[in-house]
Ligand binder design. Structure first.
Ligand code: ZN
Length: 337
């Protein structure tokens, strides 16, 4: 049996944030939502949303169990019937987890396009073993491209890299289907792959037209909704990124790490890894350990432990030896000889 959950309304465009009041009433959401955000975004966008809806703001500082509990208690105590996450990836993840735990709908209002979590039914608990957990899709998404365009370029580049990494996620999914008989959904896979291709083909236009990226991120989220798991957008390149999060002294952004992982996993798949590397370069996303700000040894270590992060069959199969890991990282230019 399939159980597909998708957002009901998606509004993308310059000034989209001004539509939030209309959207809330069209979705028949009860009044008085709680706006969830962080300190930086409060001034940039969340205050604006709260004013439109005449509602309260919850500003979280740490993404930990204590804050999640705190926010959940506040929601319950005040009888809040829906919440709105206004911010980057962490804010949206925090919102998703709270909404899921209380059992209420939420709206996603991303202020940057740094990864596909802005639209997906998956959340990452960063403070724990960093794997994604199934939550609910947002009931609506409001992506104001004017706000997203003005966010730091690094976030945009990271979002491009996260979508491009769908490429190896799909190769891994096919592999798991062929070698392990895992369920493979053609429709979800095609949608995810198409998002990656559109971003690669339009990489030079994305700075000016961020809606290309936003739509690709939304489509990736939809692909996960259809598949019922993160499979269409998360393969060995994501395992590598999660592994780096665990061991690196200073991990880079999620999408940045997935992009570099994608180069190496494409190499292992005998796919067009140079094309992926060049696309990442053109949007100024990292393609080496040095550009990620991590040490060569951390990349090698992450490659050797990535297969153990979670039970997901990928091109890493039973894991790479240190020599194999070093070899792929050197051949793809991710680390120096
Ligand atoms: Zn991702």
């Amino acid at each position: 049996m399939k159980d597909i959950e998708l957002p009901r309304r998606v509004i993308v465009g310059d000034g989209a944030i001004n539509k939030i009041r209309t959207l809330v009433s069209e979705l028949n959401l009860k009044n008085d939502p709680l706006i969830i955000t962080d300190e930086t975004i409060e001034k940039i966008a969340a205050r604006d949303v709260a004013d439109q809806l005449d509602s309260d703001i919850y500003i979280f500082k740490n993404f930990d169990d204590y804050e999640i509990e705190n926010c959940i208690n506040l929601i319950k105590r005040n009888g809040i019937r829906h919440i709105i996450g206004v911010g980057g990836g962490s804010v949206i993840d925090f919102t998703k987890i709270c909404a899921f735990r209380v059992g209420i709908p939420y709206l996603s209002v991303p202020t940057s396009a740094s990864h596909d979590g802005i639209t997906s039914p998956q959340a990452t608990l960063k403070h724990k073993k960093p794997v994604s957990i199934r939550v609910n899709s947002p009931i609506g998404i409001v992506a104001d491209t004017e706000i997203i365009r003005n966010a730091p370029h690094r976030l945009l580049a990271s979002g491009c890299a996260d979508v491009i990494s769908n490429y190896t996620a799909i190769l891994d999914w096919k592999l798991a289907h062929e070698e392990k008989g895992e369920y493979y959904g053609d429709y979800a896979a095609s949608l995810s792959m198409m998002s990656a291709k559109i971003v690669i083909e339009n990489i030079d236009r994305i700075r000016d037209d961020v809606s290309i990226l936003v739509e690709a991120l939304i489509s990736s989220g939809v692909a996960m909704g259809i598949a019922g798991s993160s499979r269409p957008c998360s393969g060995a390149e994501h395992l590598f990124s999660h592994a780096l999060d665990m061991i690196a002294e200073k991990p880079a952004l999620h999408g940045e790490q997935c992009g570099v992982g994608c180069i190496m996993m494409a190499y292992l798949h005998n796919a067009e890894w140079e094309n992926i590397r060049d696309s990442l370069k053109r949007i100024n996303a990292p393609t080496t350990a040095r550009e990620l700000g991590v040490r060569d040894e951390e990349v090698v270590k992450a490659l050797t432990i990535a297969h153990k992060i979670r039970d997901r069959y990928t091109i890493l199969r039973d894991g790479l030896t240190k020599e194999e890991a070093r070899d792929v990282a050197i051949k793809t230019g991710v680390i120096r000889r």
